[in-house]
Design a binder for this molecule. Sequence first.
Ligand SMILES: N[C@@H](CCC(=O)N[C@@H](CSS)C(=O)NCC(=O)O)C(=O)O
Length: 313
Amino acid sequence: MCVVRPAALALASALRQRAAASVSGLAATRGGRPLSGGDGGGSPPSPAGCRSLCSRMALREGLVFRQPSGGPSSRLKDTGSARQPLYESSSSTYTYLLADSNSAEAVIIDPVLETVERDLMLVNQLGLTLKIAVNTHCHADHITGSGRLKRQVSGLRSAISRLSGASADLLLDDGDSIPFGRHVLTVRETPGHTDGCVTLVLGDQSLAFTGDALLIRGCGRTDFQQGCANRLYDSVHQKIFTLPDQCLVYPAHDYKGQTVSTVGEERRFNPRLTRSREEFIDIMNNLNLEKPAKIALTAAVLPIPRVPVTIVN
Ligand SMILES: N[C@@H](CCC(=O)N[C@@H](CSS)C(=O)NCC(=O)O)C(=O)O
């Protein structure tokens, strides 16, 4: 069952995790304790310390964020330039890089095998230390870059939802936190495209990385890989549309060059998710999309049917 934490609780939790991270170094945490493979949770902050940090501005301060740029009419290429740093053109995948400007601790979201060298070049140019490579789900259209990154970055840990069936250093559950310096990403399970889909929300709820659960004016398909339109409808409505209207939405893919939306926009204008549950299920059952070009390749390493297979490590 999907449970949405009240915003105040989420904020308090983010502040706790952030303070713990700054004390102990980066460790993905659950309820203040490190996740499997973690290296320390640190002490909770003093109440006075929490109060002084209680503002959205404070939470965003010092956030380094690299995302694909472009626009609806731009033709994105994976050039590695500063303007278009993190796009993989063959699968139209967006990778995101977040870091804390003080500690330089960085998290990469949905790296792609073919663009690992490009991503590492950017990480090095920005002087960052990559700590966690997190996958929003098991991808059917490309191989994750987590494994290749891990072989090149000492101390880097991979992460994916426990429900994905894949193996990784950190198996994420709903409500877990991924701290990096003063910042934190909170895990919201958003199944429906796959069982193990998660949305990663910045502590102040200003940014959400929705993977394939919610795309810009669309959503992930539900016709293979444990897909279930009914579950996806609940996930988006209960776990994403409950975020603030102004929360920016960064999906894992876009096929038209769109790069960012907001929760408010998607709640009002998403042509699938503004419909009733019954209409949504009907739409999803009749998309008639071609299978992803690389499905034969990825199917060989995906946990289908529910066989845990290492694709992340
Ligand atoms: N043509 C693309 C595959 C496009 C596709 O199926 N995308 C998936 C996400 S990757 S599994 C999807 O959910 N699309 C939803 C939609 O409405 O497009 C390729 O060849 O890779």
